[in-house]
Ligand binder design. Sequence first.
Ligand code: APR
Ligand code: PHB
Length: 389
Amino acid sequence: MKADVAIIGAGPAGLLLGHLLRAEGLIVKIVERASADHVVGRIRAGVLEHTTTDLLARLGLDGRLKTEGLLHSGFVLADGEQIVRIDLADLTGHHVTVYGQTEMTCDLMEAAPARGLEIFYEAENVVLADIESETPCVRFTKDGRDHYLEARFIVGCDGFHGPSRQAIPANQGGIYEKVYPFGWLGILADVPPCHDELIYASHERGFALASMRSATRSRYYIQVASDETLDDWSDGRLWDELAVRLGPEVGGRITRGVALEKSIAPLRSFVFEPMRHGSLFLAGDSAHIVPPTGAKGLNLAASDVAYLSEALSLFFKRGDQEGIIAYSGRALARVWKAERFSWQLTHLLHRFPGQTGFDRKMQVAELRYIAGSRNAQASIAENYVGLLL
Ligand code: APR
Ligand code: PHB
């Protein structure tokens, strides 16, 4: 088979890029290891920056987003005693949209056939070859048959554990990484949210987040130690801890329910540079990971593919290499600012092992400073809604 661009991975990055390139008339094929059901079944984050929703609108794929997405003009920071609302709309003129990544992935997957975006699900033994040539290829097996997909470019949208980043020779790239000594235990339940906006709580017992998917479906998280497992956390214990960390006023408004999904995710910051090697580009989690504190993971995947689709379109339409040469530097500039914001918010809101009384005082003092400073709130707000592309 031949294509202009072969994409590995049908998560948000791969699907969004596929649609953007198809909209430019390019021949695009996606090779995905998992089944369509598995891809859609993954429960992930839920806050979209306007740069992300603008892309979906540009593609005409924001129908359900407009009817089911929740437009939020602010969110709350809590420190166990005081709360401060970050008024995103007033401070930046922008909102964020609460809409599950699952829903966005589903919308993109469903629209693929009608738009000529071919996706090979359940592909096995995916191997990249000749990535330094102008005829790279992706080999894979499906239904017991070997497939050979030749393209001018390959884009690795295969996430943190995918093969694309690994295909780059070790001495041709650099890794920057920070592993946090805790994870997030998340619960999804069909209960009404405890508040109409997201609450990020920095309690001395640890971090908690009250989020949502709709007026009837809530998503909560608490920070847990790296060695804790789901066996340590019954639903009851989790609801009790959430009530403590979110504070007495909000905690009293939590509606408990049975977990539809419960999982623990580790927190890490990770960046691989550069995001290109020969005819291979990286986009999304294949190149970078952020702790979920700043809700940047999905939105960075979107901004990567916004830059890359523009660059590839320029190349195929005018033979202009400028965009593809600039892609890595351009994408990384935004990635590093999102890494910084996510790192800053993680340090502000989480309890670190060995934290002293002084350390906690520093966290509370910073939260109190933010509560009293419009400038400090504006800085948080402009990072949260998403820095300009
Ligand atoms: N061959 C083909 N596909 C693969 C392979 C492989 N060897 N390995 C992984 N994949 C697929 C995965 O099955 C997944 O569908 O690549 C896709 C990667 O998707 P994501 O991990 O969701 O990454 P990305 O599209 O960059 O989206 C980033 O997703 O994980 C969240 O928190 C993350 O919100 C962020 C967003
Ligand atoms: C979520 O709703 O899953 C969510 C929201 C905000 C975050 C992280 C996760 O920062």
